[in-house]
Design a protein around this ligand. Sequence first.
Ligand code: HEM
Length: 225
Amino acid sequence: MSLGTTMKSSIGAKVLMAITGILLSLFVVGHMLGNLQVFLGPEKLNHYAETLQGLGPILWVIRFGLLTILLLHIGAAFRVTRMSKAARPVDYHQRKDLATSFAARTMMVSGVLLLLFVVYHILHFTTHTIDMAGVGELHDAEGRHDVYGMVVGGFQHLPTTAIYILAMLVLCVHLSHGVSSLLQTLGVRKESNASTVDKIGPIFASIIFIGNVSMPLAIFIGLIS
Ligand code: HEM
């Protein structure tokens, strides 16, 4: 493959990674806002979960869509990594890594850790296959799936809470560079606005971190029970 073709398809893969990254970030925001209803009590959260379940086949379309987006994002990440290695004629060790951030250098590692977290998370809260806290299948007084009880029971357990907080730290690192990087790929970042645009990724990642960590933490310290 010529250098020109490599560059072109590398840009294509980067744009695909950026677009799928935006869609996954939107899911993360929506999911967090939905989950934050745990602060409003069992009625609100269980009603919300029941409404989602009530979508029936539409829920499966959304799940399938999310999975496809995730697979495209991962595929594009591998292509970009391979191509940028191929386009670098000498694998010099003291390269620009020194100038790039920790988050940028560890995108593949944080991405793989997040994938492992999502698998664990689904086995925990969706299929209940992993139940370290021993919460079991719960139903509220109205016979609905008791998501509130499940979340509260889960986060009263130290190892579970620790796993979630660590995973949210990894998510924060990944989003911090990912969002800044996609803004560059999509041409939002220019020399004139670089210092402002470069703050968007870290600010967005911090908001997601605070929102997501507030739940396990509030439950673990007994603010929600
Ligand atoms: C502290 C943070 C989080 C909490 C409290 C939480 C809570 C939940 C709960 C309760 C469910 C099951 C819903 C139900 O049974 O109706 C769920 C499902 C799920 N969560 Fe999370 N979540 C968190 C973070 C995340 C993150 C960061 C991601 C992705 C990066 C994520 C991805 C998912 C996915 C893919 C599902 C499966 C949805 C489905 O069943 O179709 N979650 N989450």
